[in-house]
Design a binder for this molecule. Structure first.
Ligand SMILES: [Zn+2]
Length: 298
């Protein structure tokens, strides 16, 4: 008999068989306490604090199975979940530069490298081509984990390229927005992306190519002030925070206390900023239905 099976018990020929351990079955004794251990990495729901395994979360599109909270989704997960089939990624040839040689507490290239190591992405916007229910389309998603999903020149480059490709192929463009705004390390150049992306969207409108925006938690600043508010239809996820300036900044400016639903998707729906709030599980169907309608498909 192996050592661990008999651990804690002395076996001698005089031990009655009723006291002998059964091989392969662990018995708790005073030294040994059983603890529930997860063999898989888990995610804690920020709302109800339920621990859910990463696999279960990913199968549920990062919606908490306990309380229906919509957790933030990484850009790549988002696009892989959204498409039935991915045919390729666009804009990988663009890479960030440091034209202003910007240093705040640390140099910009250091922050960039850190974000790349942390996320495994090269920039905060990912663009993919693929099909949804047999319909070819282009979709882009912001990765909030990459420097707060901030919009620098590369994000602008990738978005404009996605829009141009959408026009050339006459395919709709879907944008999953999640951003803190413009990237301050690129100064004026990042603000320029607001005008660039707005111009690209205008070209899409002239070419009658549908452009849909899905506002996910959170969307702020220069992204709200440009590409995220120029869609043909604006869909928001439940409880997403959407605004230009944050609540605290507005409170200090207008000297008024703002109540909780302020800047939440539900509040914005009541005030006409967003067209529809859609549960994540219904999002693919809704986007498909809207696009088919806008493109006069049967
Ligand atoms: Zn929950």
């Amino acid at each position: 008999m192996s050592q661990e099976l008999t651990a804690g018990k002395v076996l001698s020929p005089s031990t009655p068989w009723t006291d002998r351990q059964v091989p392969g079955i662990q018995v708790a004794d005073e030294q040994q306490t059983f603890k529930a251990t997860f063999t898989e990495p888990t995610i804690e729901c920020p709302e109800c604090h339920a621990l859910v395994t990463r696999t279960a979360m990913s199968f549920n599109a990062y919606v908490c199975p306990q309380c229906d909270e919509h957790l933030r989704m990484r850009a790549r997960d988002r696009l892989n979940w959204f498409f039935d089939q991915v045919n390729g990624e666009l804009g990988q040839e663009f890479s960030a530069k440091d034209p202003l040689q910007f240093v705040d507490s640390r140099p910009y290239p250091d922050r960039m490298r850190e974000a790349q190591d942390k996320t495994g992405e090269t920039e905060a916007l990912i663009v993919m081509q693929g099909s949804l229910k047999g319909l070819d389309l282009i979709a882009c998603a912001f990765d909030f984990d990459f420097m707060g999903g901030s919009m620098g020149t590369v994000v602008g480059d990738r978005f404009v390229q996605a829009a141009e490709r959408a026009i050339a192929l006459h395919q709709p463009l879907i944008c999953f927005a999640a951003s803190g705004g413009a990237r301050m390390q690129e100064g004026m150049l990042s603000l320029m992306q607001m005008a660039r992306t707005a111009a690209a969207i205008q070209k899409m409108k002239e070419a009658r190519v549908p452009y849909l925006v899905v506002l996910t938690h959170p969307v702020y600043g220069g992204v709200t002030a440009s590409l995220a508010m120029l869609g043909d239809v604006h869909i928001a996820e439940p409880k997403a925070m959407i605004g230009f300036a944050g609540k605290r900044v507005i409170e200090q400016t207008v000297r008024e206390k703002l109540e909780e639903p302020f800047q939440r998707a539900e509040y914005l729906l009541d005030h006409g900023v967003v067209d529809q709030i859609v549960h994540r599980h219904a999002l693919r169907d809704t986007v498909y239905r809207l696009v088919a309608k806008l493109m006069n498909l049967p």
